[in-house]
Design a binder for this molecule. Structure first.
Ligand code: MN
Length: 147
């Protein structure tokens, strides 16, 4: 059984931040290829939800064929597909198809890419822990390894 504590109702704890429709109020979508330069194959828009130095949460919208460069996350990353379909690929493995509702845990230090299918856009929620190392773009040959 969990321990139930008595609550101090005079305390003023931090308030929850409300994120409407996946967007933080007042923030514009980020043009991934233009502003970050870490994507290939098409347009990618990023909508920040939570941006802290140790953890970020971003909604990422990939147009068909668009994908991240190869990269790794210092503390890992949790992806949840919320619309469309796409691919996730670990270095040394075959691309694996992902669709709405699928969740992928990318372990700390795992080198991978993720992106849209060639016939569909994909939107995923990306919660990332720690820093990020970016590598070269995913080649057409590597992208074509999906079937
Ligand atoms: Mn990733």
């Amino acid at each position: 059984m969990a321990q139930i504590k008595s609550r101090d109702t005079t305390e003023k704890p931090p308030l929850g931040a409300f994120v409407a429709n996946g967007r933080t109020a007042g923030s514009d979508s980020i043009d991934g290829p233009k502003k970050l330069g870490t994507f290939a194959g098409g347009q990618v828009w990023l909508d920040p939800v939570l941006m802290r130095s140790d953890i970020t949460m971003v909604h990422v919208n990939f147009q068909p064929c668009a994908r991240t460069n190869w990269h790794k996350h210092e503390g890992g990353q949790l992806l949840k597909v919320t619309a469309g379909s796409g691919w996730y690929c670990d270095q040394g493995d075959k691309p694996r198809k992902i669709g709405v509702g699928d969740i992928v845990w990318c372990p700390p230090g795992g080198i991978h890419w993720h992106g849209a299918d060639d016939g569909s856009f994909m939107v995923h929620e990306a919660t990332s822990f720690g820093g990020l190392d970016w590598y070269e773009p995913v080649s057409e040959e590597d992208y074509a390894a999906k079937k």
